[in-house]
Write a protein that binds this ligand. Structure first.
Ligand SMILES: NC(=O)C1=CN([C@@H]2O[C@H](COP(=O)(O)OP(=O)(O)OC[C@H]3O[C@@H](n4cnc5c(N)ncnc54)[C@H](O)[C@@H]3O)[C@@H](O)[C@H]2O)C=CC1
Ligand SMILES: O=C(CO)COP(=O)(O)O
Length: 338
């Protein structure tokens, strides 16, 4: 790469794709692909994305297009910000237009339902040879756009690539750390959404602060057990992408996943809550994938199992908490039961 800063293309004009593109545009030439031409036009002329981020101002040098080939043709770095279940099809659509071997950074916190694959595995399958990594952390989009201090970690298989990408995503108030633990960061980001739904149910049932702390703490343990069984490093789960994001998502009034849990506790169906929100809550679809993976890998995940029962098998929310309380607590650190 020459001495000029790399060109970035971000695919996906929702809350987080827009936010990350706005940050990158402060640091280098950045194009955001939105499938909605009116939204792209609004970003170019008004410097807002009102559907997802209200009137919060975006970086005025950010350029947006609804033409996916145009968005990526000059890109030195490809950033994927479409939800997990659309990730493969968008990548397939764009693959022939992308320069050879440029790095691909996923912003996505979900697992593919049909294949149970992580997003970086999908990159390897669709665009073999491209270095694939992930940016994740406690990053509620609107708070990041507003410029409140926050941090994330960028994981790439090669540390030099992570260090090369770091300045593209960071600002003085958005601190980007580096790691090579792609699996750990990616799994942590996907799993925390399932546990945010569990916390939301407790909050919606007015179960109180002790219950919330119990669910978050035991969720971290489940997350770390499955994450390490899948190849992630233990320390990652105590970091920004693990504990950090679990805390943010399980406690934020802005979290879509937590709001799903609250809605369920209020007697709404998953479909009703998701339609009302009009934004993705990845944990709904990730829940079923997680229980299948945990069964395959022999990892006991009682909270995730209860969420799968509620979200996919019609179990009433009150039963989910009662089901957990019926279990006898074992050794806090070495026990299998929750
Ligand atoms: N919003 C947030 O605070 C954060 C979100 N994330 C993750 O980022 C990913 C994207 O989420 P958000 O931007 O928040 O979702 P969103 O619901 O705000 O927006 C999703 C965007 O993807 C587009 N999209 C969906 N399917 C598409 C397809 N087939 N082709 C083209 N575009 C498509 C939608 O039109 C929409 O613009 C998710 O995995 C989420 O977990 C990660 C960190 C923070
Ligand atoms: O990933 C997020 C914060 O880090 C956003 O969480 P939600 O998708 O639940 O809004």
């Amino acid at each position: 790469m020459s001495s000029r800063t790399p060109n970035v293309a971000v695919l996906g004009g929702g809350s987080w794709g827009t936010t990350v593109a706005s940050i990158c545009a402060r640091n280098t030439r950045t194009v955001l692909w939105s499938r909605n031409a009116a939204a792209a036009d609004e970003i170019n002329t008004q410097h807002t994305n009102s559907r997802y981020l209200g009137d919060l101002p975006l970086t005025d040098t950010l350029r947006s297009t609804a033409d996916i080939a145009e968005a990526v043709s000059d890109a030195d770095v490809l950033v994927m910000g479409v939800p997990s279940q659309s990730f493969r099809s968008v990548l397939q659509e764009v693959a022939e237009h992308v320069r050879p071997w440029i790095p691909v950074v996923s912003l996505v916190k979900g697992l593919e339902q049909s294949s149970r694959m992580r997003m970086t595995d999908i990159v390897q399958a669709v665009m073999p040879g491209h270095p694939a990594g992930v940016l994740a952390g406690p990053n509620i989009a609107r708070e990041v756009v507003q410029g409140f201090a926050a941090a994330a970690t960028i994981a790439m298989p090669d540390h030099g690539t992570a260090q090369m990408l770091q300045p593209l995503f960071g600002t003085s108030r958005f601190r980007v750390y580096t790691t090579t633990d792609v699996v750990g960061v990616e799994v942590a980001g996907a799993l925390k959404n399932v546990f945010a739904i569990a916390t939301g149910i407790g909050d919606g049932l007015n179960a109180g602060d002790n219950t919330r702390a119990m669910v978050i703490t035991r969720s971290l343990r489940e997350l770390a057990k499955l994450g390490t069984a899948m190849g992630g490093q233990t320390e990652t789960f105590a970091g920004l992408a693990g504990m950090g994001d679990l805390i943010a998502t399980c406690t934020s009034p802005h979290s879509r996943n937590r709001r799903v849990g609250i809605g369920l506790a209020q007697g709404k169906t998953v479909e009703e809550v998701c339609t009302e929100m009009g934004q993705v809550a990845e944990g709904v679809k990730t829940s079923g994938v997680v229980v299948k993976l945990s069964a395959e890998l022999g990892v006991d995940m009682p909270i995730a199992n209860e969420m799968d029962a509620v979200l996919n098998n019609g179990q009433p929310v009150e039963e989910a908490y009662r089901g957990l309380l019926r279990q006898r607590p074992g050794h806090e650190v070495h026990g299998d039961a929750w």
